[in-house]
Ligand binder design. Structure first.
Ligand code: ZN
Length: 274
């Protein structure tokens, strides 16, 4: 146990755990669940993977930087079946990377550390279906008063908003949101390219950028293929070459419609006929 010199939470002191009767303190239920979870982790997962954790204590060697949304419904390690120590992660509302020089936020520093210090050569930007940040982008005017910080943050998706306005004005509702999510991942890939450290490594062929969208409802992940101009199941080899002139086909990234096959073939397969 560590005893610190100053008490910085005088006004918010928690009762001693033994004294808690959750019937009278329902707001503590979520914390109780987490604390129980900590005990469970320590007695089961940790004890059966102790060697791994001892190795990790010596240092980390993640091979992938995974940039995704803060949304609770996406878990990078879970959806990629990655072990602890394998993914270096940046999370924020809307899986954003502000362009180089736009802010002094943690994203640029974390990115630089990932590439320079950890030698990471694979970066994934992963958006997800039903993204609240992208919903906000679609009704930006209403946000300014209610959530001014979110409003400011969403300026890093301004290229997405313009792309939607100029290329998808015929869409609304869920199809428009789906396009916003898919386009925003590509906007953030473009933002990544503004960083000198990224440009230098890309030029040497020592960095690879991947644009993913995770579908909460199906568990499926699709990757942007710049050659086919569509989101398709990832094959682990596709790299984004040129994000310019890249407006998507509205139907091109729905996971239930096979877009990597000719339309007739795909429809046949999904109808189950010959
Ligand atoms: Zn989100």
């Amino acid at each position: 146990m560590f005893v610190l010199k100053y008490d910085r939470f005088e006004s918010d002191r928690m009762p001693h755990p033994i004294a808690i009767d959750l019937r009278f303190l329902p707001h503590l239920v979520p914390m109780k669940k987490l604390v129980d979870g900590l005990h469970q982790f320590q007695t089961s997962y940790f004890s059966s993977h102790q060697t791994l954790f001892e190795q990790l204590a010596q240092g980390q060697k993640p091979r992938v930087l995974f940039i995704t949304c803060s949304d609770s419904r996406i878990d990078p390690n879970l959806i990629t079946n990655a072990q602890v120590g394998e993914l270096f992660v940046i999370r924020n509302a809307g899986n954003m990377i502000p362009p180089f020089g736009a802010t002094d936020g943690g994203e640029g520093a974390t990115l630089e550390y990932a590439i320079q210090a950890l030698g990471i050569e694979q970066i994934i930007v992963c958006g997800h279906s039903f993204c609240g940040a992208m919903k906000g982008l679609l009704k930006l005017n209403q946000l300014q008063e209610e959530m001014p910080l979110v409003y400011d943050w969403l300026k890093h998706a301004e290229a997405t908003r313009r792309m939607l306005k100029e290329n998808y004005s015929q869409l609304e509702g869920e199809p428009l949101l789906d396009i916003a999510i898919a386009e925003n991942v590509l906007t953030q890939i473009e933002n990544l390219r503004t960083y000198p450290v990224v440009r230098a490594k890309l030029g040497q062929g020592r960095l690879h950028l991947h644009a993913w969208v995770y579908h909460i409802e199906s568990g499926e992940v699709l990757e942007y293929d710049p050659i086919r101009h569509a989101y398709v199941p990832p094959d682990g080899r596709i790299e984004i070459s040129s994000p310019q002139d890249r407006s998507l086909q509205p139907q091109s990234f729905y996971p239930t419609k096979s877009t990597w096959l000719p339309v007739e073939q795909s429809e046949r397969i999904y109808r189950g006929s010959h």
